[in-house]
Design a protein around this ligand. Sequence first.
Ligand SMILES: [Zn+2]
Length: 308
Amino acid sequence: MLCAYITHADCARHEMGAHHPECPERLGAINDHLLVKGLLDYMIPYDAPLATEEQLGRAHASLYVRELFAMAPTEGTRQVDPDTCMNPWTLPAALRAAGAVVEATDLVIAGKARTAFCSVRPPGHHAERSAAMGFCFFNNVAVGMRHALDVHGLQRVALIDFDVHHGNGSEDILRGDERVLMCSIFEKGLYPFNGESAVGPNMVNVGLPSRSGSDAFRAAVTEHWLPALDAFRPELIYISAGFDAHREDDMGNLGLVEADYAWVTQALMKVAKQHSQGRVISCLEGGYVLSPLARSVAAHVRVLIGAD
Ligand SMILES: [Zn+2]
């Protein structure tokens, strides 16, 4: 099964300080591990293009996009929120990250790839329609989803978010859009401290308590996500793939392991085969300790390429 691997060198040039967990080395660790495991042999590499203002405008207010362009520093750094800042490479990196999901959408809909993994940063799922926050500037996945809906004319697309943090930005942009089903599992009580109350019929949010572990995660997927996906019959499935719920990642305490990421990816591929012509586009979100991040991505990608 053809799996596109979409990334860009610019994504490793955005940097937010020496000890910031959302660091450039994340992408190198992923690439090295996919290479060592032989998985890159089964993936088709693509350079992520820059997203256009028109593409960004399908998920973000155009005033916000213009403000971010105006804020981008030519030297030094500029703080956007307490955890998030821009260096001179941030804007191109953020445009490549959103452009990657647009490119993945074009490739998968054209039948040039069945699945895609976008290994990009900055991440996107905390970026709201008019706000950068939580290490995120543009909501990469939402930009790609709106491209599928508004440009390619798809009728129903699903977003799955298994990052340990709630995807408040995706929820902010996609709530009320009847063409979208968003399914999310996150740890209660963590940043951004919301998501536990339902905001609309197209949102399936499941907050799990700290130390829930593998069994509770899998039970939540089986009980809440899979029936909703079956009823919705998405034509294409997007994944906000954050790996910070891994038990070796100190950002959260859900206690997942690589096998859980493989398992949930298999469950989603099964839904995709039934309803979506096997089409799945995954985009990196969180995951901050390099070794478990790289191992978890490999477990996820093995399934996307059809090896497991
Ligand atoms: Zn996260």
